[in-house]
Design a protein around this ligand. Structure first.
Ligand SMILES: [Zn+2]
Ligand SMILES: [Zn+2]
Length: 176
């Protein structure tokens, strides 16, 4: 047992991470206190955090790749995806638009488009939930439509796939 210098609780040695410079080879604060401290530091120093992550990757690319493919790594990605769903989704759309060589590609804020459309599916005119809506290109990417807010409209996933590549006509928004 060892007493954590932060929370003052006595915990088994397994609850302390290894630390080379300490006499007993264990950190002075417990794993959960260390986690809180690390997360606070990461939040306060996003740039440093990003740089050190990059350096770590350059030194141990295999370790990072192995971790990413492990169960823990995949669970972490899943958590990230769930927490940053809108951002991740927007990134996927952006990549697809670039891949399909849309003439104009801009960064999309999905929620602002949803709010502009007042949460109404542009195909069936019914409400769609904020958790489930998709964005539909009015002029499809396959027909050189732009990946811009003006060419995107809120839609149900089912309506969106029914419309597939603009086979069903869509009412185009007038340019402002
Ligand atoms: Zn502690
Ligand atoms: Zn719909």
């Amino acid at each position: 047992m060892k007493t954590c210098s932060k929370c003052q609780l006595s915990k088994p040695l397994d609850d302390f991470s290894s630390h080379r410079r300490e006499k007993d080879g264990k950190n002075t604060i417990c794993k959960s206190c260390d986690g809180i401290r690390k997360r606070a530091w990461q939040k306060a120093n996003p740039q440093k955090c990003c740089d050190s992550r990059k350096r770590y990757y350059q030194r141990h690319p295999d370790r990072v790749k192995a971790y990413n493919q492990s169960q823990k790594g995949r669970a972490r990605d899943k958590r990230y995806y769930r927490r940053n769903y809108q951002k991740c989704y927007a990134m996927v759309m952006l990549r697809k638009a670039r891949l399909l060589k849309a003439p104009i590609v801009e960064k999309i804020d999905r929620i602002s488009i949803y709010e502009r459309d007042q949460g109404i599916c542009h195909i069936c005119k019914h409400r769609v939930s904020k958790m489930k809506f998709t964005l539909d290109h009015l002029i499809p990417l396959s027909k050189q439509g732009n990946h811009t807010a003006i060419n995107l409209a809120t839609a149900h996933r089912s309506c969106n796939s029914r419309r597939k590549d603009g086979r069903l006509p869509a009412q185009l928004r007038l340019l402002p």
